[in-house]
Design a protein around this ligand. Structure first.
Ligand code: ZN
Length: 380
């Protein structure tokens, strides 16, 4: 989408590119160097090539006095500015001098680019999964979202799915607004969705509900997370791109799946959000829970008991005594009875799992067993 394109109340901005940036002292030594960390430059900085005193430079320098060895991440998207971000300890060590200040960047008409993966399913209704890609030099926010969504794309591409899947890798805010403004037809096909962000830190899984609050996606996630340490938050019009998907004109059933809440950890938006801040276990756990959520959405149908007048005789169908200990057998039998009783064409499997407080997988297995025995059929 070209710079200058109007997207709802917003305009696609100019494209920013940077080749080099540094501050050098009078001996020609680089005291700040973009090639050491790309966080050193205020993102979206206009080009600069000037000599100046330390005092003049200081008004363009951002540091974190409470974390003197970390580099903060700062942006200036919507007003033209330039600046450097650096370790507070190194800033304090700068001497009075005449500094050469160079930001070799361009801010010109160009394009807003985003990545889109579309995986057609048996139905045209879509599950929308998105992540932001605007500052991938930090690990949890936001490289972890990119990594997990990429892994999901790979996994989903080998599966035979009911829903079609649309995976979007976009710059935060303006990317989501641009996609929503330019894909009105795809928007109407979104049946469920999640914004993925912050999936690698060591905190427990968390989910922020859609604006609707009780959409099927909200219930599916709650069901999956119920057997794990987790947090569920109500919707608020702040956060990541769920703000756009859940704006009142769209009100899409899109929640946000994360681990620790963004901005609630001090490493957030600093150089300390690096590879050591995320763990492979957390990334894997996020991926596994997301696959479980998708499995619920992919199987949550309504069934009808084809033998609804009194209980069907389980014994003669070999369903009364199943494998396992007495306790396991009793549990499975109870699941069969619940699924038979509640499958009147109105209750979905998720409804049954919620009402019985039994794990969704137990209910799903019971439904499949009963369907195999010919006493249950899919209603919708
Ligand atoms: Zn961020």
């Amino acid at each position: 989408m070209s710079s200058g394109t109007q997207v709802f109340d917003w305009t696609v901005p100019k494209e920013w590119n940077i080749r080099d940036a540094y501050v050098a002292n009078s001996r020609g030594e680089r005291v700040i160097d973009f090639h050491e960390s790309n966080l050193h430059v205020l993102n979206y900085s206009i080009p600069v090539n000037q000599k100046m005193s330390l005092n003049e430079l200081s008004s363009h320098v951002y540091t974190l006095p409470d974390h003197p060895d970390w580099i903060p991440y700062r942006t200036s998207y919507y007003n033209e500015a330039w600046g450097f971000c650096m370790q507070h300890r190194k800033f304090l060590a700068l001497e009075e001098d005449e500094y050469e200040v160079v930001i070799d960047s361009t801010l010109e008409d160009g394009f807003l680019s985003y990545g889109e993966v579309f995986l057609p399913g048996r139905e045209s209704e879509e599950i929308l999964l998105t992540t932001h890609i605007c500052h991938p030099s930090m690990c949890n926010d936001n490289l972890s979202g990119i990594a997990v969504l990429t892994a999901l794309a790979k996994a989903l591409s080998t599966m035979d799915c009911h829903y079609s899947y649309r995976l979007l890798f976009m710059p935060g805010t303006i990317g989501a607004i641009t996609w929503l403004a330019t894909n009105p037809e795809a928007v109407t096909r979104v049946r469920h969705g999640m914004v993925l962000a912050g999936l690698g830190d060591r905190g427990s899984v968390s989910y922020k509900k859609s604006r609707r609050g009780n959409a099927e996606i909200d219930r599916a996630v709650a069901q999956v997370l119920s057997s794990h340490e987790h947090q569920i938050r109500d919707f608020s019009p702040y956060g990541y791109d769920e703000r756009q998907f859940c704006s009142p004109g769209f009100n899409l059933p899109v929640g946000r799946f994360s681990r620790s809440e963004y901005a609630q950890y001090s490493e957030y938006h600093t150089s300390a959000d690096d590879i050591s801040f995320v763990s492979a276990d957390s990334l894997g756990d996020s991926f596994a829970r997301l696959i479980e959520v998708l499995q619920v959405l992919e199987t949550n149908w309504r069934y009808r008991n084809t033998n609804p007048y009194c209980e069907p005789q389980l014994g003669k169908r070999g369903l009364y005594n199943q494998k396992g200990s007495d306790e396991v057998q009793q549990h499975l039998r109870l699941a069969l009875l619940w699924v038979l009783n509640l499958s009147d064409g109105d209750n979905s499997l998720l409804d049954i799992a919620e009402r019985t407080q039994m794990p969704y997988l137990t209910i799903l297995n019971a439904a499949e067993t009963l369907r195999g025995a010919g006493i249950l059929e899919i209603e919708s």
